[in-house]
Design a protein around this ligand. Structure first.
Ligand code: SF4
Length: 398
């Protein structure tokens, strides 16, 4: 029997992939321990910085573990991105669905002794889809994760039921491009899946991790609005508010489309987004248009990513915006994001909300607004918003 520990870098999908390896090793009878023989490092390569952090994590783990399995997006990069790692680091170059078996076979399976492990977090992320068949010019994800493919609706619904039975009050449907989810044989698309998952007995809250604007349509909005457990939060990547930059990014929408589709949602949904600053064709005027789009769309928070050329992509050799300009645009966009967020928080003062406490003293309201509350971790508590702090809204029991 081996002892192991698992860590991940990057997004929720990376977290889930790491959890799949963890569940598989536990099911095989291995033991999770911080100072294990074996480390699993599920990596990220979405930016140059993420790749270098992934390399560092594997190198650090190699000093304290007999064997390190480097899995995930960076493991699937072509070329010499992972050259020079310590000899006890094994790079597992596999699609995410094959990775747990590949790692387990190498660690040495002992036969099934445990049921599927409960996730470590209060909310359960459930993967419904992986990969992406689009080709945004800056994005390495289709190259390392492959084309889109979906789990069956039945498998998703069974996993959601199991997570609820294990005590997870909230489920987050997660994937690389959620709107591409399809189970053609069973007749499911994302709106139907939302309705079915949202009706799971005992489930308190359901969220989507993110959705592309091209997939925001009437059927989905109706499913979100008509399913009582669905959280009023949508994360909709913008990437740029300038049409020429969007075209160069090959994003397949205009800023007007983005604004038109979100406009009816801004009144009752908390809308958040991702934006890349310093894309090669982004000049100052284009960046100003992004600021205007962010404000016009009613977004409450923007995750800002400085552009970083990724190997194998259309723009791999183009990084012409100087680092100082990227930094300055990042600072301005983050300042706008902070201002918009505080504006939304202020509008909630005095109001009631249901907060799922996911860490000591902290949790998220029904629309994914962060709250500071004094209640046990894992509980869903009714609160009243009293004042604003740097990290969220302070609240007391209602
Ligand atoms: S950014 Fe574009 S290519 Fe990358 S995962 Fe999203 S939709 Fe797919």
């Amino acid at each position: 029997m081996a002892t192991f520990d698992v860590r991940f870098l990057g997004c929720k999908v990376s977290h889930l992939d790491a959890q799949d390896v963890r569940a598989r090793l536990l099911a095989d009878g291995h033991t999770e321990r911080a100072d294990g023989d074996v480390a699993i490092v599920n990596t990220c390569c979405v930016t140059h910085e993420a790749l270098s952090k992934s390399r560092q994590a594997a190198t650090r783990a190699a000093r304290t573990h007999r064997r390190v399995y480097l899995t995930g997006c960076a493991a699937n990069l072509e070329g010499d991105a992972l050259a020079g790692l310590p000899q006890n680091v094994i790079v597992v170059r596999r699609p995410s669905e094959d990775t747990p078996d590949a790692v387990a076979a190498d660690v040495g399976a002992l036969g099934c002794v445990n049921d599927v492990a409960r996730l470590e977090r209060v909310r359960a992320f459930v993967k419904i889809q992986d990969g992406c068949s689009f080709s945004c010019s800056f994005c390495v994800i289709p190259l390392v994760r492959g084309a889109t493919r979906s789990r069956s609706a039945d498998a998703v619904l069974r996993e959601v039921r199991r997570r609820v039975e294990q005590g997870h009050p909230e489920v987050v449907l997660t994937g690389i491009n959620l709107g591409c989810f399809r189970d053609r044989a069973a007749g499911y698309d994302l709106p139907r899946l939302v309705r079915a998952v949202g009706s799971t007995p005992g489930l308190a809250r359901l969220r989507l991790s993110s959705i592309e604007i091209n997939h925001v349509n009437d059927a989905l909005v109706e499913a979100l609005r008509e399913t009582p457990t669905v959280s009023r939060h949508l994360h909709v990547p913008l990437q740029s508010g300038d049409d020429a930059v969007l075209r160069a990014m090959r994003r397949r929408y205009t800023s007007a489309t983005y604004l038109r589709k979100l406009e009816p949602l801004a009144a009752d949904f908390n809308l958040t987004s991702d934006v890349i600053v310093g894309f090669p064709t982004e000049d100052e005027a284009a960046f100003e248009r992004t600021l205007a789009t962010v404000e016009g769309a009613g977004l409450s928070r923007v995750h800002v990513f400085p552009y970083s050329p990724r190997p194998g992509t259309v723009t791999a050799a183009d990084d012409r915006v100087p680092p100082a300009a990227k930094k300055e645009r990042g600072v301005r966009l983050r300042a706008l994001s902070d201002e918009l967020e505080r504006r939304r928080w202020r509008s909630k003062l005095g109001a009631r909300d249901s907060v799922l406490v996911d860490r000591p003293g902290r949790g998220y309201g029904d629309d994914y607004t962060p709250f500071l509350v004094d209640a046990p971790v894992g509980e869903l508590v009714e609160v009243r918003a009293t004042s604003i702090a740097a990290e969220g809204i302070r609240a007391v029991a209602a």
